[in-house]
Design a protein around this ligand. Structure first.
Ligand SMILES: [Zn+2]
Length: 300
């Protein structure tokens, strides 16, 4: 054997390869190939993908059998805490989505009927306060320093990943605490918005673009929705159009009504914290909309 030669027959297999062999129950020949993810997400039904328990260094293995002719794909995974909780409910995963950096495994969980009583709130998501609720509550006020911390790290480094994780943990915890301490019936948020459209001038700076790229708005919405499901709270979302520029008192909408964190209506003079105004408008938009009728009676 010449060192570095391509003959793989006698090559020492890695522990991951050996684990994969153990799972499929036969020896795998040939060089392992690291597949390249093209960036698009791939949704797989539970018929195509098999989830196997890991034996050694990994918690789980995804085994995809219909990737190509006589080809199988083995993806080793680590579980996170929430996964372990859901896994123990005994339901098998209903679908698997392979993203570029992570794999999303969905479970169907019976949560029962949605609650009929409780408060209806609008929630505005932002980078000054993670969540501002229409009860005039500001939650997750440490979000900015956490994002700044990520920005200071070199992208891809261990410290960078740690800082990202810390932010993610903070978001999870803030949302969890919020739901635990309130009796809610309905939560309304904005549909996924392009934050860049709302902040034209700020967006010109590189710094601000960096802030946005580290601020995972979609993740926050997913977490809120998940907690709603768990707590039998109805979850709805509305169009984000002008929610932070419309006056909740006289309905006058003008871009200049908002200056940073301050809202001041140029028509009637009403002034308030801008994110709070946003949350009022979000709730209002849903309740006065086509689908809001069923919820109104409990609020007014
Ligand atoms: Zn006004």
């Amino acid at each position: 054997m010449v060192l570095g030669a391509k003959n793989t027959e006698n090559r020492r297999k890695s522990s991951a390869e050996r684990e994969a062999e153990e799972i499929v129950g036969y020896e795998i020949f040939g060089d392992p190939v690291k597949p390249v993810h093209n960036g698009k997400k791939m949704t797989l039904s539970s018929q195509i993908v098999r989830i196997e328990k890991g034996r050694n260094s990994f918690d789980l293995w995804l085994v995809l059998s219909s990737v190509g002719k006589e080809m199988k794909l083995y993806i080793p995974l680590k579980k996170h805490r929430q996964f372990i909780r859901w896994e123990n409910t005994g339901k098998p995963a209903s679908s698997v989505v392979i993203h570029r950096d992570y794999v999303q495994i969905s479970f169907e969980i019976e949560t029962g009927e949605k609650k009929e009583f409780g408060k209806a709130v609008g929630i505005d998501a932002g980078i000054n306060h993670l969540m501002t609720a229409s009860e005039r509550e500001f939650l997750g006020n440490d979000i900015k320093p956490l994002i700044s911390k990520i920005k200071r790290k070199r992208q891809g480094s261990e410290a960078y990943k740690r800082a990202k994780k810390e932010l993610s943990y903070y978001i999870h915890k803030t949302v969890k605490d919020y739901f635990e301490n309130r009796d809610l019936k309905l939560v309304v948020t904005e549909k996924l918005k392009d934050l860049k459209l709302n902040t034209k001038e700020k967006n010109k700076t590189k710094e601000f673009r960096k802030t946005l790229s580290n601020w995972n708005y979609r993740e926050l919405l997913n977490i809120i929705q998940m907690r709603c499901e768990e707590n039998r709270v109805s979850f709805r979302s509305v169009s984000p159009f002008m929610t932070s520029q419309r006056c909740p008192r006289c309905a006058h909408a003008q871009r200049e009504n908002r200056k940073g964190e301050e809202f001041e209506c140029l028509s009637c003079g009403y002034s308030e914290q801008a994110d709070f105004v946003g949350s009022l408008n979000i709730l209002h938009r849903f309740l006065t909309g086509r689908y809001g009728a069923g919820f109104k009676t409990f609020l007014i």
